[in-house]
Design a protein around this ligand. Sequence first.
Ligand SMILES: [Zn+2]
Length: 481
Amino acid sequence: MTLNAPTSSGKGEGPAVERALAYAREHREQNLEDLRRLLRQPSVAAQDLGMEDCARLVAAMMEEVGLKAEVVPLAGGHPVVYGELDAGAARTLAFYNHYDVQPPEPLDEWESDPFSAAVRDGMIYARGVADNKGNLVARLKAIQAWLEGEGRLPVNVKLVVEGEEEIGSVHLHDFVHHHGGRLRDARGVVWESGSRDARGRPVISFGCKGILYVELVARGANQDLHSSQAAIVENPAWRLVAALNNLKDLRTDRCLIDGFYDDVRPPTERELDLLRRYPLEEAEMLRHWGISRFIGGLTGLDLALKLFYEPTCTICGLVSGYTGPGSKTVLPRAARAKLDFRLVPDQRAGDVLEKLRRHLARRGFGDIEIRLLGPEDPGQTPADDPLIEVVAESARETYRTEPVIRPRMAGTGPMYLFNRDLGLPTVSGAGIGYHGSLVHAPNEHCRVEDYHLGVEHVIRLLDRFARVEAPPRRPREGALP
Ligand SMILES: [Zn+2]
């Protein structure tokens, strides 16, 4: 990718971006207060706590910085807040964020109220500050800095802010299906997440794994029985264990479901190259988790490939019968297991679910109930897309260090709705968290300085995106409604 020559200054920053940056630096205090305003509004999707109020607050904050905002209701779900500004620019960039947060429990482990947005020792503590309200407000503040400091935005912007990311983006596909046309002009999507690693390097990625989450239920008698009846009555716990034994080979760590790996796409040369350049912090991970080795003793590129390019088959929970103190001689009536499968391109959650069903039925376990708890497909942006370098170069300028660029995250998000279904390149990495942010855990926090730098990163990113040579569009045929 090549950038057009900067218009002046020779530092890659023209006077326009300097004026936007100066505005943000002069308004750091106000920017922090506005973040705290959003953090004080609870928005726990899983508990349906404060969701409508938070959606309205996000819309109001969008309007305050100069965007046109709309709370878009979704039948049976929490609304999406959509904001846009047509700046009359040649290009349009979209942003994806979420206003919902994880439940704050356990509350007694918090050193300050999770919705008080306490600032101490250069940190700001609140549920959702790093995931994902800080990133959202940093983007709004970057837009405001351009509009107030320079009087214009270098690109048109469109913001999609959903309220169900932390519960699996249950209704986001409805929004994309019915309103995806609003993103028709966009040339890319800047993803919600982004944080700095232990060495201070921003981590950039442009894909993520999908997930299939199921519960398996084996049933026996219509009630728990005295365990002496085990001589004549089948035990659902043993049946479940036998069924699970058919799903994974522990010697190879491979999933045994027929056809499970059929659609796994191997890494490209460029993706392999990126994985080689940014190895995992192996010693640190082993020490941090208190283990002596990774599965198969893998290291280096092999380990990275396994983490990012292999799908998984994981027992997340397993329960049956009596598990309290002491002994209780019981033949349980049922046994349950929760499993997740982290999926990679081009696997599809629905297809893997069918394969699981057939696999168990063929082996005599057709009676075991399979409950679908959460499907999301994997998503991947091509490694040569110019948006990746736009995010990386603006990160280099902001953080004065070389970012880590990984083809994909090992985790899951609804990226596929944008990069596969709408054909829009999707890149994460403009965020304000750091490796110690305690995302999803008690005392979630971020460094105040990282928040302000996050605003500056997005200011530069908007400038670079306006000046990058026209990125190719890869719209999927008939993708846009
Ligand atoms: Zn999260």
